[in-house]
Design a protein. Structure first.
Length: 170
Protein backbone atom coordinates (compact mmCIF):
# COMPACT_ATOMS: atom_id res chain seq x y z
CA UNK A 1 0.00 0.00 0.00
CA UNK A 2 1.22 3.50 -0.79
CA UNK A 3 0.15 6.90 0.51
CA UNK A 4 -1.80 7.34 -2.73
CA UNK A 5 -3.85 4.22 -1.89
CA UNK A 6 -4.96 5.47 1.54
CA UNK A 7 -8.12 7.29 0.43
CA UNK A 8 -9.41 4.27 -1.50
CA UNK A 9 -8.47 1.90 1.33
CA UNK A 10 -10.31 4.14 3.81
CA UNK A 11 -13.37 4.17 1.58
CA UNK A 12 -13.32 0.37 1.30
CA UNK A 13 -12.82 -0.02 5.06
CA UNK A 14 -15.58 2.40 6.09
CA UNK A 15 -18.09 1.07 3.54
CA UNK A 16 -17.08 -2.46 4.56
CA UNK A 17 -17.84 -1.72 8.20
CA UNK A 18 -21.16 -0.13 7.32
CA UNK A 19 -22.20 -3.13 5.27
CA UNK A 20 -20.72 -6.06 7.21
CA UNK A 21 -21.64 -4.82 10.67
CA UNK A 22 -25.15 -3.55 9.96
CA UNK A 23 -27.36 -4.93 12.71
CA UNK A 24 -24.32 -5.98 14.76
CA UNK A 25 -22.97 -2.56 15.72
CA UNK A 26 -25.18 0.44 16.55
CA UNK A 27 -26.28 2.30 13.39
CA UNK A 28 -25.24 5.69 14.84
CA UNK A 29 -21.68 4.42 15.28
CA UNK A 30 -21.53 3.13 11.70
CA UNK A 31 -23.04 6.33 10.31
CA UNK A 32 -20.44 8.33 12.21
CA UNK A 33 -17.49 6.65 10.49
CA UNK A 34 -15.63 9.13 8.33
CA UNK A 35 -13.71 8.26 5.16
CA UNK A 36 -11.74 11.53 5.45
CA UNK A 37 -10.68 10.82 9.05
CA UNK A 38 -9.83 7.22 8.21
CA UNK A 39 -7.76 8.39 5.21
CA UNK A 40 -5.69 10.67 7.42
CA UNK A 41 -5.26 7.93 10.05
CA UNK A 42 -4.03 5.50 7.35
CA UNK A 43 -1.60 8.07 5.94
CA UNK A 44 -0.23 8.94 9.38
CA UNK A 45 0.17 5.28 10.31
CA UNK A 46 1.90 4.49 7.02
CA UNK A 47 4.30 7.46 7.32
CA UNK A 48 5.12 6.85 10.99
CA UNK A 49 5.18 3.04 10.97
CA UNK A 50 8.24 1.02 11.84
CA UNK A 51 7.66 -1.56 9.10
CA UNK A 52 6.24 -4.21 11.43
CA UNK A 53 2.70 -3.72 10.08
CA UNK A 54 2.15 -4.89 6.51
CA UNK A 55 -0.59 -3.32 4.38
CA UNK A 56 -1.53 -5.18 1.21
CA UNK A 57 -3.84 -4.00 -1.54
CA UNK A 58 -5.54 -5.89 -4.34
CA UNK A 59 -6.07 -4.06 -7.60
CA UNK A 60 -8.34 -4.60 -10.58
CA UNK A 61 -8.08 -2.49 -13.74
CA UNK A 62 -5.78 -0.04 -11.93
CA UNK A 63 -8.08 0.54 -8.96
CA UNK A 64 -7.71 -0.74 -5.40
CA UNK A 65 -10.52 -3.22 -4.71
CA UNK A 66 -9.35 -4.76 -1.44
CA UNK A 67 -7.04 -4.29 1.52
CA UNK A 68 -5.53 -6.51 4.20
CA UNK A 69 -3.30 -5.60 7.12
CA UNK A 70 -1.26 -7.81 9.43
CA UNK A 71 1.46 -7.38 12.01
CA UNK A 72 2.68 -8.50 15.40
CA UNK A 73 0.11 -10.00 17.74
CA UNK A 74 -0.15 -8.24 21.07
CA UNK A 75 -1.57 -9.73 24.21
CA UNK A 76 -2.33 -6.90 26.64
CA UNK A 77 0.14 -4.71 24.70
CA UNK A 78 2.90 -7.35 25.03
CA UNK A 79 4.04 -8.70 21.68
CA UNK A 80 3.95 -12.45 21.29
CA UNK A 81 5.73 -14.45 18.58
CA UNK A 82 2.47 -14.80 16.66
CA UNK A 83 1.16 -12.58 13.90
CA UNK A 84 -2.30 -11.03 13.79
CA UNK A 85 -4.53 -10.25 10.85
CA UNK A 86 -5.82 -6.81 11.82
CA UNK A 87 -8.15 -6.26 8.90
CA UNK A 88 -9.31 -7.50 5.54
CA UNK A 89 -11.92 -5.67 3.48
CA UNK A 90 -13.09 -5.92 -0.12
CA UNK A 91 -15.05 -3.33 -2.10
CA UNK A 92 -18.73 -4.41 -2.14
CA UNK A 93 -18.70 -4.61 -5.96
CA UNK A 94 -15.91 -7.22 -5.81
CA UNK A 95 -17.28 -9.47 -3.02
CA UNK A 96 -17.40 -13.16 -3.90
CA UNK A 97 -14.79 -12.88 -6.65
CA UNK A 98 -11.78 -14.23 -4.75
CA UNK A 99 -10.25 -10.88 -3.79
CA UNK A 100 -10.48 -11.57 -0.05
CA UNK A 101 -9.12 -15.08 -0.50
CA UNK A 102 -6.17 -13.75 -2.52
CA UNK A 103 -5.36 -11.11 0.11
CA UNK A 104 -5.61 -13.63 2.93
CA UNK A 105 -3.47 -16.17 1.05
CA UNK A 106 -0.76 -13.54 0.42
CA UNK A 107 -0.80 -12.50 4.06
CA UNK A 108 -0.55 -16.12 5.23
CA UNK A 109 2.28 -16.90 2.80
CA UNK A 110 4.30 -13.86 3.85
CA UNK A 111 3.93 -14.68 7.53
CA UNK A 112 4.84 -18.34 7.02
CA UNK A 113 7.91 -17.29 5.02
CA UNK A 114 8.97 -15.16 8.00
CA UNK A 115 8.81 -18.28 10.16
CA UNK A 116 5.72 -17.25 12.10
CA UNK A 117 3.93 -20.22 13.60
CA UNK A 118 0.40 -18.90 14.02
CA UNK A 119 -1.86 -16.20 12.71
CA UNK A 120 -4.58 -14.88 14.99
CA UNK A 121 -7.53 -12.61 14.27
CA UNK A 122 -10.60 -11.23 15.98
CA UNK A 123 -14.06 -11.41 14.43
CA UNK A 124 -17.45 -10.29 15.71
CA UNK A 125 -19.14 -13.28 17.26
CA UNK A 126 -22.38 -12.70 15.34
CA UNK A 127 -20.67 -12.07 11.97
CA UNK A 128 -21.49 -15.46 10.46
CA UNK A 129 -20.30 -14.68 6.90
CA UNK A 130 -16.85 -13.58 8.13
CA UNK A 131 -16.58 -16.57 10.43
CA UNK A 132 -17.38 -18.93 7.52
CA UNK A 133 -14.77 -17.15 5.36
CA UNK A 134 -12.05 -17.67 7.98
CA UNK A 135 -13.11 -21.25 8.76
CA UNK A 136 -12.89 -22.14 5.04
CA UNK A 137 -9.31 -20.79 5.17
CA UNK A 138 -8.40 -23.12 8.05
CA UNK A 139 -8.91 -20.79 11.02
CA UNK A 140 -10.64 -22.09 14.15
CA UNK A 141 -11.91 -20.35 17.29
CA UNK A 142 -9.32 -20.79 20.06
CA UNK A 143 -11.67 -20.11 22.96
CA UNK A 144 -10.72 -16.48 23.60
CA UNK A 145 -13.55 -13.95 23.64
CA UNK A 146 -13.69 -10.28 24.52
CA UNK A 147 -16.08 -7.39 24.09
CA UNK A 148 -15.50 -4.69 21.48
CA UNK A 149 -16.88 -1.30 22.51
CA UNK A 150 -18.77 0.49 19.70
CA UNK A 151 -21.10 3.43 20.15
CA UNK A 152 -21.75 2.62 23.78
CA UNK A 153 -22.59 -1.01 23.06
CA UNK A 154 -20.52 -4.03 23.97
CA UNK A 155 -20.17 -6.26 20.92
CA UNK A 156 -18.63 -9.69 21.56
CA UNK A 157 -15.65 -10.83 19.49
CA UNK A 158 -14.09 -14.26 19.24
CA UNK A 159 -10.48 -14.99 18.43
CA UNK A 160 -9.53 -17.36 15.64
CA UNK A 161 -6.15 -19.01 15.09
CA UNK A 162 -4.44 -20.92 12.32
CA UNK A 163 -1.13 -22.73 12.29
CA UNK A 164 0.92 -21.51 9.35
CA UNK A 165 2.24 -24.15 6.98
CA UNK A 166 5.96 -24.02 6.42
CA UNK A 167 6.51 -22.18 9.69
CA UNK A 168 9.75 -22.97 11.42
CA UNK A 169 9.33 -25.44 14.25
CA UNK A 170 11.54 -25.57 17.29
Amino acid sequence: MTLDDCARVAEIRVRGWQRAYEGLIPRAYLDGLSVAEDTERRRRTLREGDGSVVNLVAEHAGSVVGWACHGPHRDDEVRSGDVELYAIYVHPDRLGRGVGQALLRESLERCAAEGRERMLLWVLKENAPARRFYERAGFRPDGAEEPFEAGGASVPEVRYARVLSGAARS
